[in-house]
Design a protein around this ligand. Structure first.
Ligand SMILES: Nc1ncnc2c1ncn2[C@@H]1O[C@H](COP(=O)(O)OP(=O)(O)OP(=O)(O)O)[C@@H](O)[C@H]1O
Length: 241
């Protein structure tokens, strides 16, 4: 479904994504894990067609990452770290706005459906800036899913929300995945990444380890159980290379 070959992104002389080659299969919940500045957001933005790679090639659903980005955009949803909501619009207006952008026939009906699905219907007439970050996050979720994408990119969907809200988000993600959606998610939380089908560990723009939690464990010369220990080990090895 996603195939990236030697993707590189430079900002001036700085390399934010460095020679990333990666394949993600359909139906996977795929975690990108890395420290601040590792290049996760840049990589997601390249996959979403929001940034051009400096070099390298890639396809999503068989479409070229750069030349066919408009075709790709119809099949993907993206929730950025900043949630990209219109602060002065209500919950319903935000969702309906995104529905119109995607040419959905009955935007208000779709807004109602999604606000019920993501437990924000009671806030439907509230302007977004008056809401808690947990509710805003759920509205952003609804907006990203307004056109029923086959592939969803989430950039730190749970940062700044409480543990209960985090758990709820992951419940939804599993449900969406069970219904056939593929999901690429960045997170800082090890416990969340542990629940992904596959995980890529990123450092300084590169993928330094990739696989299921089990294959990551087996790939190490030492016996480590938790993803946190694996992460620390892999990062140390990479720094000392
Ligand atoms: N437009 C830009 N111009 C210059 N440098 C940039 C730009 N966007 C990102 N960078 C740099 O590229 C590096 C990778 O940034 P990126 O946001 O992809 O990392 P990240 O892994 O998502 O980090 P975080 O977890 O903090 O969001 C950082 O050093 C960042 O400062």
């Amino acid at each position: 479904m996603i195939h990236l070959h030697h993707i590189r992104k430079q900002f001036g002389h700085f390399t934010a994504v460095d020679d990333v080659t990666l394949s993600i299969e359909k139906g996977t919940v795929y975690g990108l894990l890395g420290a601040n500045g590792a290049g996760k957001t840049t990589l997601i933005k390249i996959m979403c067609g929001l940034l051009d790679p400096t070099s390298g090639t890639g396809t999503i659903f068989g479409h070229d990452l750069v030349r066919e980005r408009n075709r790709i955009k119809q099949s993907i949803g993206y929730m950025s770290q900043k949630f990209s909501l219109y602060q002065d619009l209500t919950v319903s207006e935000n969702i309906a706005f995104y529905a119109r952008l995607y040419g959905i026939e009955k935007p208000e009906t779709r807004a109602r459906e999604l606000s019920e699905q993501f437990d924000v219907y009671t806030f439907k007439d509230k302007v977004v800036y008056s809401l808690s970050s947990g509710v805003r996050q759920r509205v952003a979720f609804a907006c990203a899913l307004v056109h029923a994408p086959k592939l969803l990119f989430l950039d730190e969907p749970t940062s700044g929300v409480d543990p209960l809200a985090r758990r709820k988000v992951w419940k939804w993600l599993y449900r969406l995945a069970a219904d056939g959606m593929s999901i690429v998610v960045t997170t800082h939380y090890m416990d969340e990444a542990e629940h992904c089908d596959r995980i890529a560990l990123m450092n300084a723009g590169r993928i330094v380890a990739e696989g299921t939690l089990d294959t990551l464990r087996k790939g190490l010369p030492v016996q480590l159980h938790s993803l946190e220990d694996i992460f620390v080990h892999v990062m140390r090895e990479d720094v000392n290379r």
